[in-house]
Design a protein around this ligand. Structure first.
Ligand SMILES: C[S@@+](CC[C@H](N)C(=O)[O-])C[C@H]1O[C@@H](n2cnc3c(N)ncnc32)[C@H](O)[C@@H]1O
Length: 216
């Protein structure tokens, strides 16, 4: 029998496929909170190629479109085709957006090809987190920025996390902010900013890092 990690990528995608039509409404407050934190850090230049590796229903892409942020290209990637379908409906026929369905551990993008990479509210879903960070490093241009926002497994949130893990078929592998920072540093990223905060019963973190200018 396959173990949970082998099964989990498909089960995670299926779980999000089933949730897609309710996702934005169910998680409205949480999405507003976490996106406002990211938007406080995110800087995009008019020619930038931006990659959201787990874009979900495209909440971030829509915000950027609605607020007339300038960018070169915005790629929305996700393993759940239903979540991406919602994102496509949201941004409409704007040809600056592209959609891909790769697993974040292995994405068929060229090396050194993005200025900004984002992973929001999804790191706990990745069966192989180290492989995802290595892949993000590969696809980022030297000097490019990576924004990692996710649950912070510290304090009482460990108990909440235990129950979330019991109640869902998704992969749930939450890390603490210190674990995430150590992993990013060990995989050659420079830490630029680190924030932690609470929203209702969630503990969250946002770490902003860059790939060194001389990084290969
Ligand atoms: C909680 S949602 C977050 C979506 C969006 N970033 C947001 O903040 O609303 C997690 C997303 O990660 C996607 N996901 C899970 N595992 C993934 C993987 N291995 N590669 C790419 N996307 C993945 C899921 O399909 C889901 O859309």
């Amino acid at each position: 029998m396959a173990n949970r990690t082998e099964l989990s990528k498909d089960e995670t995608a299926e779980s999000y496929d089933a949730l897609a039509s309710k996702y934005d409404v169910r998680w409205k407050g949480y999405l507003e909170n976490t996106h406002q934190k990211l938007l406080g850090q995110l800087r995009i230049h008019p020619s930038d190629r931006v990659l959201d590796i787990s874009a979900g229903t495209g909440y971030l892409a829509k915000y950027i479109q609605q607020n007339d942020w300038e960018f070169g290209e915005f790629v929305l990637n996700d393993v759940s085709s239903e979540m991406l379908g919602k994102a496509q409906e949201k941004v409409g026929s704007d040809d600056r957006y592209r959609f891909t369905g790769y697993s974040a551990e292995q994405m068929s993008f060229e090396t050194n090809s993005f200025d900004r990479v984002i992973s929001m509210n999804a790191f706990h879903n990745y069966p192989n987190q180290e492989a995802v960070i290595q892949e993000v490093y590969r696809v980022l241009k030297p000097g490019g920025m990576f924004y990692l926002l996710d649950w912070n497994k510290e304090g009482l949130f460990r108990v909440v996390n235990y129950w979330i893990d019991k109640l869902t078929s998704e992969t749930i592998q939450t890390v603490s902010v210190d674990d995430a920072e150590a992993l990013l540093s060990s995989l050659h990223f420079n830490i630029k900013n680190k924030q932690t905060w609470h929203y209702r019963y969630w503990n969250l973190f946002l770490i902003t890092v860059n790939k060194p200018e001389q990084g290969k």
